[in-house]
Design a protein around this ligand. Sequence first.
Ligand code: GLA
Length: 641
Amino acid sequence: MALDLRYTGYQIQDGKYDLPGLPAAHSEAAQTLCIYLKDERVGVEVTLLYGVLSDCDVITRSVKVTNVGRNEIYLEKLSSACLDLLYGDYDVLTFYGRHAMERNMQRTPVTHGRQVIGSNRGTSGHQYNPYMILAEHGTTETAGACYGVSLVYSGSFEGSVELDQYDQIRLVMGLQEDFFSYQLKPEQTFYAPEAVLSYSAYGMEQLSNQMHHLVREHICRGKYKDQIRPVLVNSWEACYFDFNGEAIVNLAEQAAALGVELLVMDDGWFGTRDDDNSSLGDWIVNEDKLGCSLTELTKRVHDKGVQFGIWIEPEMVSENSDLYRKHPEWAIQVPGKHPVHGRNQLVLDFANPEVVDHIYEQIAAVLRQGDINYVKWDMNRSLCDIYSDSMVWQGNVMYDYMLGVYDLLERLTQAFPDMLWEGCSGGGGRFDMGMMYYTPQIWCSDNTDAVDRIRIQYGTSFAYPLSTMGAHVSAVPNHQTGRITSLNTRGVVAMAGTFGYEMNPALLSSEEKEEIRTMLATYRRHQELIREGDYYRLSDPFQEEVAAWMSVAKDQSQALVSVVRLSAEGNPFGTYVKLKGLDAESFYLEETTGHVYSGMTLMQAGLLLPMAAAEYEAYQFSFKKMKEAADLYDVLRNKIS
Ligand code: GLA
């Protein structure tokens, strides 16, 4: 309460600092600045950590706190980054939402008082993404100053912006104070989760691209960081809990016939789980339901020519489970109080290493049973009734829970390095850079409706690259909204992410199957561009009648433009979309129409869309730079000069 930290020195080191037990940006080319502070009286040493990643214009922040005194100390509040803007008129952009409607963008002027986002749910949450932007009034996609701040953490957090008495702005991002009172014993050290900050003088689009580069290069790790991700079909919306081994093999066969590469068996394969009332915690294959062992099932799926993936929700326990009957004390709940349920389940006490060890053994044993290539790691409820039976002091539980989750993620990803991991939390409830450190892709939302997804993916794109966004084509009428959109539209929207299907191909007509084959061929042609290219938002789907976005290769040699008409009206007039990121002085061939445009024309005059025939119609345009034309242009220009 009376901390008096004094500067004792600094150091500049080559390389980027690590945070033990926590996700953090990695880069060999980075440098670290350490600023040392000490309070002699209290016995606390603090190191302010700054990582400088110049290739993406990012500064990372963290704080190390060590108890060098003789008594316990209690951390009541600890933030990761504080950014002071001494003058100027700014807006704050936040990304709010709810289950199945995540990451809507809100932009409001910074006014006197504090504007606060955050989560005290133990996950970063559906309600506010741990990302904020401060943008000078009037900043657009391509002009104006803006600062982005994101937390590389998946638990409770708080981000705030305040305009103070002198009209100065302070942005603070870090751990949530609620349920946090961290007891630090003598000689113990605590690390604040990492915050990453970036600045653009040229509008929001450049800021997003810097963040995308950071995530792709310096946050994501593992085999699939830079690799082509398999196109998958997931059993969830195809059959929910209602499947057996035969149905899974049939789905694999159907998928293979379409050219899909991976079959994911979602929830319902373990314990006695036929609905969401039981079995979480019992990671024992339900061979009665599957009609065979997991080893046999994976083999049968592989024999159909596709890889095999599986769903897990390791942090949870159902009261109706053998694990809970044996270890009720392993669930987070307050003794003597009827626990609050979320989706009929309780959360396991991952602050207790014994629990994490047990779950590790169970999950690892499952993953060793067959040739399993993919895991979807889900997390379907918030934490509340915060109480750990393994701890005397409860103020550490929320943070230590996250350390337990990260520990399990680290151990499993290390033990199964060839596995593709996809994060999920009721869709996009834990869509943050902390999870991306372990899982290079995350199921973006439980909402698979193409039109809602356009807006969800739009909001998501402000901080996160397409390579992280799980996006699937599902059946119509859509299961969340009842909306009917064409297969083409659903395909175009899902291609702005890690592509897949969430439907039963057996229910498709032969024309639809043919369309899917063509769609897959299109996706394959562009998948590297989608994963690695620079991303541009071409319209605001919350405000405009068309949604448009594009990916451009780093060398500007190719581009993929996607457009969806969000509304149609009678006697329509021509709609133009202005492209971005192309080489103004080169010519581009649009591959479907054979039309040739200069980059300048496409960016300054725009591309005329086909006349509207129907609402929700989608178009894709694929541009290739014409090398000969560019060379000719150079010759002409040299002649003129
Ligand atoms: C969550 C996920 C879904 C699905 C179900 C299974 O809602 O977001 O994709 O895996 O759980 O129970």
